[in-house]
Design a protein around this ligand. Structure first.
Ligand SMILES: Cc1cc2nc3c(=O)[nH]c(=O)nc-3n(C[C@H](O)[C@H](O)[C@H](O)COP(=O)(O)OP(=O)(O)OC[C@H]3O[C@@H](n4cnc5c(N)ncnc54)[C@H](O)[C@@H]3O)c2cc1C
Length: 517
């Protein structure tokens, strides 16, 4: 008898959602997580008695009748989440350079158009066209609409380039950039990021945008509790080093030498990492090489600020800033002009409605900027400093970022009690990725099929899940987890139990059968 029906490697959101859903379907689940804390990017940490998020600052699609709402309700965690809906008239606010004028992205499509018309009164036609296109593209993704469907549905929208499309709907350059203004959300690259990535992400926030009150790790905790209540087990500090077998995976090997057997194995890791660890003649070298060579999204430099008590107001919106007039420039920074963009998130706390106790300021950073320290490793369970020069590097970058932020928030330095920095090395060490990429595999509209990773592999009992599959983010990863579960359970039946929760959206049908995509 194998130890588990399903062994899951990694307890990121993808692994946890798979564990909960498969547990609900009667499978005995074991999850193996290398870190002390579960959740991957959902992890939080505390400094000066303040909770700091590492990878979830706001979530879309959680309103009644919306996709993530239906899935979290089905899993049984929705009513336990502490959530705060963001400003209806502007969940994201976009600013450029020294221009004091800012632009609001609002919730609800009618309101989204209405708010932008205040700043762009002549652009109603372009805004209508944009919203219709976003909604149309979203209908082509069956699982996003909680239905099964055919892969061919989306074929005709995969090859649209976001920046080109936005330029095509209006000659107003500012509006083009405002619509792309929150592209840090998907690490957008001009002339590369497919419009479907922009549409699926943006749509979920236009539908509704939410903050987790007191941190995003509550999602991981609730999923963990659910898994335990179903008889599943989560093993922390349990790093998997090898997946072994010939015609099928027979066991996973843990760093401490234990072997764990299961009928099915799901890896929540980057597919390239999974393949590096997998011994099986069934995996062709061409597949392994393809995964190794696939480009990842850029990494991040995250400045987490603990604030002096009651000094900085709670902002019920995120502020996205671009130093130039081009919202796509940020990712192309040089050492001299870094940072060219940032997002500022005020964390929602139960202690106060009026003030926040911490801010997260996020910008880009490439792995090569920290490659000098690549041979170091540092996590809370294996703490090793990276050296004084690394600390000096972080400080210099943090102060440079604050110089830019200060132009928009002049009081910010006065409000700081302490700050803590994460670089691509932090994400590499905590997530187990090779380069600390923010959102995993970079999608390219020219080569969409090559950047789609299937949940099944040539090894019949090895499946993949997580942000590298279809879409990153809380919504994207949750949906990707359902796709993975669909390799083991009847996804049609699962969708049928979810779809009654869904308000007809945006014009997708809720029937249909065939491939799950
Ligand atoms: C800075 C940042 C900000 C973000 N902000 C938002 C946001 O505001 N809203 C939003 O929706 N999304 C946001 N995201 C994206 C979102 O957090 C991620 O897409 C999502 O959480 C990724 O989940 P995952 O399951 O793919 O994997 P991960 O979170 O990467 O988890 C992988 C897990 O596998 C474990 N692991 C790795 N190797 C091994 C091994 N050998 N053995 C055992 N375990 C292993 C890791 O420790 C980790 O727990 C953000 C991401 C980042 C980086």
């Amino acid at each position: 008898m194998p130890d588990y029906d399903i062994a899951i490697i990694g307890s990121g959101l993808g692994g946890l959602v798979c564990g909960a859903v498969l547990g609900m379907h009667g499978y005995k689940v074991g999850i193996f997580e290398k870190n002390r804390q579960i959740g991957g990017c959902l992890q939080t940490y505390a400094r000066d008695k303040t909770i700091i998020d590492t990878g979830v600052h706001y979530i879309g699609g959680l309103g009644p009748g919306q996709n993530l709402n239906a899935i979290f309700k089905y899993i049984g965690i929705l009513d336990k989440l502490k959530l705060k809906q963001m400003d209806a008239d502007g969940f994201d606010v976009i600013g450029f350079g020294d221009d004091r004028k800012t632009y609001k992205l609002a919730q609800g499509y009618d309101n989204f158009i209405k708010q932008l018309l205040v700043d762009f009164p002549d652009e109603e036609e372009a805004l209508d066209k944009y919203c219709d296109k976003v909604k149309e593209v979203c209908t082509k993704f069956p699982l996003y609409n909680l239905r099964t469907g055919d892969y061919t549905e989306k074929e005709d929208v995969l090859h649209i380039d976001t920046s080109t499309y936005l330029s095509s709907i209006t000659a107003n350059k500012r509006l083009q950039q405002v619509l792309a203004g929150n592209n840090l959300l998907y690490a957008g690259v001009a002339d590369k990021t497919p419009f479907y990535i922009h549409a699926l992400t943006t749509n979920s926030f236009i539908e509704s945008a939410w903050k987790c009150v007191d941190g995003g790790s509550q999602i991981a905790k609730l999923l963990g509790r659910k898994i335990h209540s179903l008889g599943g087990e989560i093993h922390r500090n349990a790093k998997v080093t090898r997946l072994a077998g010939s015609n099928a995976i027979e066991y996973i090997l843990l760093e401490d030498g234990r072997k764990v057997t299961a009928k099915h194995f799901i890896s929540n890791l980057h597919p390239a990492q999974t393949m590096e660890m997998t011994e099986s003649g069934l995996l062709r070298n061409v597949y392994r090489t393809r995964l190794q060579n696939i480009e990842n999204t850029v990494g991040t430099f995250l400045l987490n600020i603990v604030l002096k008590k009651d000094t900085f107001p709670y902002l019920n919106y995120n502020y996205y800033h671009h130093e130039t007039d081009n919202a796509w420039d940020g990712v192309n920074y040089t050492n001299d002009n870094w940072p060219l963009t940032y997002a500022l998130f005020a964390n929602a706390i139960s202690k106060s409605e009026q003030y926040t106790d911490s801010l997260t300021i996020m910008t880009y950073m490439r792995y090569e900027d920290v490659a000098k320290w690549k041979d170091t490793f540092n996590t809370d369970s294996q703490p090793h400093g990276r050296g004084d020069d690394y600390e000096a590097f972080k400080k210099e970058k943090a102060e440079r970022l604050l110089d830019i932020v200060e132009k928009r928030f002049p009081n910010i330095r006065f409000c700081i009690r302490s700050y803590y920095v994460a670089t691509p090395l932090s994400y590499r060490d905590y997530q187990g990725s090779a380069d600390g990429s923010m959102y995993g595999i970079l999608k390219d509209y020219r080569n969409s099929f090559n950047t789609f990773i299937a949940p099944c592999t040539r090894v019949p009992n090895l499946f993949l899940t997580g942000q590298n599959l279809n879409l990153h983010g809380i919504l994207g990863v949750t949906i990707s987890a359902l796709i993975t579960c669909g390799e083991i359970i009847d996804i049609g039946a699962l969708m049928k139990s979810l779809s009654p929760e869904l308000r007809s959206f945006p014009s997708g049908n809720s029937q249909g059968a065939g491939d799950v995509t």
